[in-house]
Design a protein around this ligand. Structure first.
Ligand code: FES
Ligand code: FES
Length: 161
């Protein structure tokens, strides 16, 4: 038997509250309750990474988490990555390097790469490929995605020295 639960959490830096079925998935709450459709649902089984969001700063598949598990936590979706309507440096690099084709995988890839760059601002290629290994893309062949992330890593490297 299912019932409704109240979920209070931080969504893209704003305190929010929702009353949702206790069996609702986080991906569905983000998309349907909050209208943030940048988070995609591909496989619904934790295999494609299209639904990747940041949960307390860590990338997770939101199709594998119940909405009620977000209670008290901090969720960031692709809509929270840009600031004041401007693309982040990483999003710009994705565009510049041609890493966006059909775009279905792009929000998940950007989230995974954002998490990587927060933890490790100057990752090497192997670290980049490992970080995005849970995000499937059937269009790009990944090289342009890696190049986009390397572009930001290079900017970070220059800032450091
Ligand atoms: S939709 Fe969540 S991993 Fe595929
Ligand atoms: S750009 Fe189409 S799936 Fe990645």
């Amino acid at each position: 038997m299912t019932g409704n639960v109240v979920v209070r959490f931080t969504l893209n830096n704003k305190e929010v509250e929702a009353v949702v079925p206790d069996n609702l998935l986080l991906a569905d709450m983000i998309r349907e309750h909050f209208g943030l459709t940048g988070t995609k649902i591909g496989c619904g089984m934790g295999e494609c990474g299209a639904c990747t969001i940041l949960f307390d700063g860590k990338p997770v598949n939101s199709c594998l988490i119940l909405a009620c598990q977000a209670n008290g936590h901090e969720i960031t979706t692709i809509e929270g990555i840009s600031s004041d309507g401007n693309l982040s440096a990483l999003q710009k690099a994705f565009v510049d390097e041609g890493a966006v084709q059909c775009g279905f995988c792009t929000p998940g890839l950007v989230i995974s790469a954002t998490a990587l760059l927060m933890d490790n601002p100057v990752p090497n290629e192997e670290e980049i490929r490992t970080a995005i290994s849970g995000n499937l893309c059937r269009c790009t062949g990944y090289q342009s995605v890696v190049a986009a992330i390397q572009k930001v890593a290079e900017i970070n490297r220059k800032k450091r020295f």
